[in-house]
Design a protein around this ligand. Sequence first.
Ligand code: ADP
Length: 257
Amino acid sequence: MNAIEVSGLSFGYNKKQLVLKNLEMRCEAGSINVILGLNGSGKTTLIKILAGLLKASTGEVVLNGKKLEDLSIGARSKIMSYVAQRSELIDDFTVKDYLLFGKVNHIAFYRSPREEDVKNVETYAEKFNVTRFLDKKLGELSGGERQIVSICASVIQNTEIIILDEPTSALDIKNQHSILSLLREISKHENKTILLSSHNPNHALYLDCNVFLMKDGSIIENGPAREMIAVEKLKPIYGDDVCLSSEQEYSEISFKD
Ligand code: ADP
């Protein structure tokens, strides 16, 4: 079954120019998917449409078999969580309260969080290595720390689909590795469908996932990372200078799993 189905999707911020052009995309339930493309190719626009923040001009988005346009905000938040590129977090909230909000869609509005909700937040805070921030205010965190907390909150929301716009953009290489490793583990063990955009093709290789190559508002190729992350496949996106690091006189720094 496909958790995300996008067909014939077009969108323009103005009438003169389409940013997304007849875009097609299918993400299998329980899979990890990476969108790669140059700046301005339309990744964020596509993700915002999937998150229900922008409305497509034509085409259809289906999440877990349900048309996005038929889902209320509440119903959508039970199916899908979304992490923006720069999350607008409320600076005065503590990290703990913010993470507990991730549980809000499962808690009746008149009830306080239960002991088990607090435990659940603490468990994920541990996994994401943010326990030491729990009593800090969001405004006191660095950009990277805020990004990790936002990703942690999206996982706590416990939806079947998680959509992340460049989730590693503010992270150092160690934290990039930790977050990708956690996303991989969460997809595998909790059977989540994860869709993220990235500027690093090596991230797709690491995740061993499904890849969408995006150019000028369309998906031009789609397939497993081990096939897509190849010089000839990436040249149409990044240009003729793309090469493997083994062709250079140095090896790149990486992390052991
Ligand atoms: P990417 O995420 O791949 O960098 P975006 O989806 O952000 O690409 O942008 C795609 C195109 O849409 C770009 O040409 C960008 O300038 C344009 N665009 C993005 N946001 C807006 C906006 N709010 N108003 C008008 N044009 C926009």
